[in-house]
Write a protein that binds this ligand. Structure first.
Ligand code: SF4
Length: 137
């Protein structure tokens, strides 16, 4: 049912699995926290490891709140890995929820206040200025 996302490139040059911006691990695991998704497979041993001609895939991803996450697997077409908050982060990570809601609320609020501002002065001015002002004097 679930597909594995390929690691299209990785710019973490000090990782032992890195070979000219490509990942030589057969599969990587993504961990980290809600503020960033880090590559848990990253390791700097000082020697080069991994397989010579492998396009790595995301074998498992613990960032279940990511919009691409599906049953702890990655559903993105491909992912980019590189330095972020940590040495090696999944740069394709996108926190689900909140972001689009905030934008929608901002747009709706701006539209409403513009309409309200146009109507209120006309209506209150007409009612208050005529009948209320004359009988008092
Ligand atoms: S894009 Fe999202 S689901 Fe895919 S590996 Fe990165 S953090 Fe995990």
């Amino acid at each position: 049912m679930t597909a594995t996302a390929s690691v299209s490139d990785c710019t973490v040059t000090n990782c032992s699995f890195n070979d000219h911006s490509h990942c030589g691990a057969a599969g990587i695991t993504i961990g980290g926290g809600e503020d960033h998704a880090s590559c848990a497979t990253f390791i700097d041993t000082g020697t080069h490891g991994g397989l010579p001609k492998v396009l790595a895939t995301v074998g498992a991803c613990q960032r279940s709140e990511c919009v691409h996450n599906n049953d702890l697997m990655c559903g993105a077409p491909e992912v980019h890995v590189g330095p972020g908050a940590d040495n090696a982060d999944c740069l394709t990570y996108k926190h689900g929820g909140g972001e689009t809601g905030g934008q929608a609320a901002g747009m709706a609020g701006g539209g409403n206040s513009e309409l309200a501002g146009a109507h209120v002065p006309e209506e209150t001015g007409g009612l208050a200025g005529g009948p209320v002002g004359e009988p008092t004097d």
